[in-house]
Design a binder for this molecule. Structure first.
Ligand code: HEM
Ligand code: HEM
Length: 332
């Protein structure tokens, strides 16, 4: 029986029998939206790092205006709203464009889902302001930002030349598919821990690094210390997952996966250094905010590695039993 080369690919994303033509401008638009989102995450991080979340007290207008004087914290808060509006418009144009031109139903749905996510994200942003930064809303806003980024990365990949070409025929002997998916899940967990730590003010609950209160495992007597320590311990799991991803990517025989695996590993090492710098500088704005955006870059990299491995590699075929074993089983 011929092996299903698109195995593991959701039905709405499969390349139809005659693949849709590559649309370079729609692809570039999606890539630009993804890059703009990464910049927006950095700008959003600046709002939190500079403590400007309440510099503008009203929403949806800013001091009753569309364009208030950009002074003090208003520069960050209103600047973030303008950058968010730009990403919203980019997403809206992409969704309309895709619904007119895209043959694959799954891609059309994902484009509308991304638009819905950006609208909900704007509402959460507004709610954080109106309810004076309640922790659950701020954490949800931080996590939805990264989830939205993943949706846009998926749209960019789904419209790329690589995805539209025939699916890869090489077998995933190195096991890249499961480890890429596991690494993505690990990093997402790390982002949630990071957001909880950031919005409960636990960023400096452990003031030293690499040790914690001078020991390997500090007494986990308070919640802030426990959350902070969990983020550090989970960083080890993220690092381990990404090392395995880089090694398996190299063995996969796909150059694109080998390079991406290495890039993600480098990004995680930089991310650990930025995390350390955030602690050792007492949360200086630049390293701390770069750490937030770096988290999105690591997540996006692992997610892209997952998508690419599911597209370029087909699942491992079940091992054939040796002939002697088959014969032995057939005997009465
Ligand atoms: C596409 C839409 C948006 C994205 C992707 C986005 C993303 C982000 C990110 C990544 C942060 C930093 C979170 C952190 O450092 O933990 C943030 C913070 C913030 N954003 Fe947005 N945002 C968007 C729209 C908005 C809108 C429309 C508002 C309207 C008021 C808003 C208000 C805020 C506020 C007040 C903070 C600071 C929260 C705090 O310090 O607790 N955001 N945003
Ligand atoms: C291994 C990979 C790591 C990833 C992917 C990661 C990711 C993140 C993210 C995304 C946030 C902010 C979440 C948000 O509000 O949106 C965060 C916060 C934070 N991370 Fe990490 N992190 C990692 C490792 C580390 C390490 C090793 C440290 C060292 C202590 C660290 C220290 C911190 C601190 C202190 C904060 C909170 C900053 C604040 O309170 O403003 N991180 N992390």
């Amino acid at each position: 029986m011929p092996h299903d080369a698109q195995g593991g690919v959701p039905a709405g994303f499969r390349t139809p029998p005659s693949p849709p033509a590559f649309d370079p401008w729609r692809y570039r638009w999606a890539v630009a939206t993804a890059l703009a989102t990464l910049v927006l995450v950095f700008i959003g991080g600046l709002v939190t790092s500079t403590g400007s979340g309440l510099a503008v007290p009203d929403w949806p207008l800013s001091y009753g205006m569309l364009m208030p004087p950009m002074v003090g914290g208003v520069f960050y808060e209103h600047g973030h709203r303008m950058a968010a509006a730009t990403v919203g418009v980019l997403t809206l144009v992409f969704a309309v464009w895709t619904s007119l031109r895209e043959a694959r139903q799954g891609v059309r749905r994902l484009a509308w889902a991304a638009l819905a996510a950006v609208v909900v994200q704007g509402l959460l942003g507004g709610l954080t302001v109106l309810y004076l930064l309640p922790t659950p809303v701020s954490v949800a806003h931080a996590c939805l930002a990264q989830t939205f980024f993943c949706a846009v990365v998926a749209l960019a990949y789904a419209t790329s030349r690589e995805w539209l070409a025939a699916p890869g025929a090489r077998e995933d002997r190195a096991g890249v598919r499961p480890v890429a998916a596991a690494a993505t899940a690990c990093v997402y967990g790390q982002l949630v821990l990071g957001a909880v730590m950031r919005h409960t003010g636990a960023g400096l609950a452990i003031p030293d690094f690499p040790l914690a209160f001078g020991t390997l495992v500090p007494p986990l007597t308070t919640l802030p210390v426990a959350v902070h320590f969990a983020h550090r311990a989970w960083a080890v799991a993220v690092l381990a997952a990404v090392i395995v991803l880089a090694r398996r990517g190299r063995r996969s025989g796909e150059r694109g996966l080998a390079r991406l695996g290495l890039l993600v590993l480098v990004l995680v090492l930089v991310q650990v250094a930025l995390g350390a710098a955030a602690v050792l500088t007492g949360k200086a704005v630049t390293p701390t905010t770069l750490h937030v955006a770096g988290g999105a870059a690591v997540l996006g990299g692992c997610w892209l590695a997952t998508l690419r491995s599911f597209r370029l590699l087909r699942p491992q075929a079940p091992q054939e039993a040796p002939a002697s074993l088959v014969e032995a089983r057939a005997r009465p």
